[in-house]
Design a protein around this ligand. Sequence first.
Ligand SMILES: [Mg+2]
Length: 278
Amino acid sequence: MKYFWRDWKNILRDWEKSSCRILFLDFDGTLTPIVNDPKKAHVNEGMAQALNRLASKKSNQTVIVSGRSLKDLRSRFSNRHVLFMGNHGLEMTPHMEGMPFPAKLARKHVPFLRILERKLRITFMFWPGVWVEDKKYSLSLHYRNLSKDQFTMFHELILFFQHKFKDGPLVWRHGKRVWEIRPRVDWDKGRAVQFVHKKLKSDFCLILGDDTTDEDMFSRMRDKAYTIRVGRSKRSSADYYLKNTQDVRALLETLSRLPSKHRSMSGHELKESVLCRN
Ligand SMILES: [Mg+2]
């Protein structure tokens, strides 16, 4: 894993040669620092301006890919050119619809999520450091504020639930102080990104993320994209790393200020012709 800025000149050369660029960006821990209350996560002004400049250029397509719900993501951005994939790719901005079978199948498993959600809410009702977030097609069990003396009990309860629901159509994935629970289908951020990347036919792709679910994007797109993890890790499939969200901001600001030389095949034109069919 190389520090991104060490290879910057090669990447810049590819960026300048390309005419339709796509950026897949995770949200928490990538565009915003991880905060104790996910509702308070905020994209700072410099980052937002860089994103707006990037998204507004015809030759770029900016896609936010997150475990958050689509509704939540859309409420945080005002630029109409930014596209969104929520719930780890189970929800997409309407004009990216036309989802493959596994993503549709996931929606059928939602009643099981509701059953588990009710049980988790009752179990953790009196745990102030733990809360369940209903994201329609997935659940997040956050424990960012769990006190140290409750860790053992918490993990025992998680093992109990995982065992109890092991034959059900749900899968548990551990992230940064969160358990993501979603339908057990062959669909994740990596599959979703592959799907959109194919539709857009871009000639430059950059992927940024910081957590375990982003590894699906890194591994599936490794030969087609510059994959960058926020925070160095020996276990990551990403080729590059950036140190933190300030480093991400520096990258997005730099890219947003580069002149666009090629406009013959623009991202927006592609969006109109390929994606906006409904
Ligand atoms: Mg993240």
